[in-house]
Design a protein around this ligand. Structure first.
Ligand code: PMT
Length: 401
């Protein structure tokens, strides 16, 4: 049984008799490790109560777009960002039509417009409605937008007719949801990823550091784990929880990160340096707190830290080595220079001049650069971006050099 561990699934329930099966679907998704939040349309609430879904999901159900209390708890944009997958089950003919038109006239349709997560629909309707030319056209439009259709199945229907239009069974839908994440592209591979900032101690109370939150590196570690790799994450200090099924090694300084990387990198297939490593550290650590003196200036002497990724790329049995380049200007140009100077296989150029992207944000936009190409990716959530990067790097691993 494939896993949904750590996955965040937003389940949209629209109006149809199959809504009763969605209650079972919540249980199936949670059994596989997913965290589920439910959004119900007004029509869905004619068939099932929000309380049922609240009890099964363990979270309040979201119903209204313009409800100040709900927006204060988890607003619609936050919900749209939260989701790794938006699954609409059942998806009624009416909701499919509204989605095809790009309407945003209730909470669920607005979420579908706002989210960057993949969207999957499990249609459920009378067989005549399913065969109707209008529904067919709407579905064609949705397929062109890469929206995934799960089913429908065929058989006897609640209305007494027989034919296509039955919602797939909850177990099949949960399996299909899991299949969206299980690529297996890195099955059997060892991956080492660095993440977060480093802290370079000045004295017992002070250090030099930067604004890296670790979100990008942790998202890559989760994506590599989902793709079947055995993952070691070497992380500077962050406030993030340890990702499940990942070997997390916590370090503080660049020198500690260097030692751990050189310990683990020789046995890995893919090394990704997402950490924002301090280039310099104080020449001498002061074991007592530095006191404020009468001088107006204090000079701190710094020495260069080892370049971790360049050392990994210089190993005799080097892994496929991928760096990040956080740049505020001349993004591609500066990133290419680092690709060459550090002898990397690829570099992920991160434009940190854009509001809401890069350091300490939930979203990111990058250019994946190697000797042959430069592919812009995003803006999208760091988790979605990480999945796309891992899928592309896994393909590069299989290609001849
Ligand atoms: O952590 P987040 O808040 O999610 O933000 C993500 C990020 C912006 C930190 C990340 O995406 C990013 O861009 N990381 C690299 C940041 C950086 O400082 O890059 P750099 O240009 O200084 O270094 C280039 C490459 O060399 C990086 O792969 C870096 O890990 C590596 N390096 C740098 C210095 C050093 N001494 N050793 C290294 O290995």
């Amino acid at each position: 049984m494939s896993s949904l561990t750590n996955k965040q699934i937003l389940l949209g329930v629209t109006g149809g008799i199959a809504a009763y099966k969605s209650a079972e679907l919540v249980r199936r998704l949670r059994e596989r490790g997913a965290s589920v939040r439910v959004v119900m349309t007004a029509a869905a609430r004619e068939f099932m109560t929000p309380l049922t879904f609240q009890a099964l999901s363990g979270h309040p159900v979201h119903t209204d777009l313009l409800d100040p209390a709900a927006e204060a708890a988890m607003g619609h944009i936050e919900l749209a960002r939260w989701a790794d997958l938006v699954l609409i089950a059942p998806a009624s003919a009416n909701f499919i039509a509204r989605l095809a038109e790009g309407r945003g006239d209730d909470l669920l349709s607005t979420l579908c417009l706002a989210t960057r997560a993949p969207l999957a629909l499990a249609p459920a309707m009378n067989q005549g409605m399913w065969d109707n030319a209008a529904t067919r056209e709407n579905l064609d439009r949705l397929r062109q937008r890469q929206i995934l259709l799960l089913g429908p199945g065929e058989g006897s229907q609640a209305c007494g007719e027989t034919g296509p239009g039955r919602m797939l069974e909850p177990a099949a839908l949960a399996e299909a949801a899991a299949a969206q994440f299980e690529t297996g592209a890195l099955a059997g591979r060892r991956v080492v990823i660095t993440a977060g900032p480093t802290r370079e101690a000045i004295d017992p109370v002070r250090y030099l550091s930067n604004h890296s939150s670790g979100k990008m590196g942790y998202a890559l570690a989760r994506a590599a784990m989902e793709a079947g790799a055995s993952v070691t994450l070497i992380s500077g200090p962050t406030a993030l929880p340890a990702p499940e099924r990942v070997n997390l090694i916590r370090v503080t300084s660049a020198e500690e990160m260097y030692r751990e990387c050189l310990e683990h990198a020789p046995r890995c297939d893919l090394f990704i340096g997402a950490a924002a490593v301090a280039d310099y550290r104080p020449r001498a650590y002061q074991s007592q707190k530095i006191k404020k003196g009468s001088d107006e200036q204090l000079t701190l002497e710094l020495v260069k830290n080892p370049d971790i990724i360049a050392a990994v790329a210089g190993l005799d049995a080097r892994p496929f080595t991928v760096g990040f380049a956080a740049e505020s200007e001349q993004l591609e140009d500066y990133a290419r220079r680092k690709l060459i100077q550090k002898n990397l296989n690829a570099i992920i150029a991160n434009d940190i001049s854009r509001e809401g992207l890069g350091f300490n944000s939930d979203d990111n936009a990058v250019i994946l650069i190697d000797a042959r190409s430069a592919i812009p990716l995003g803006p999208q959530s760091k988790q979605q971006l990480a999945r796309e990067l891992i899928a592309r790097l896994a393909r590069s691993l299989h290609e001849p050099a």
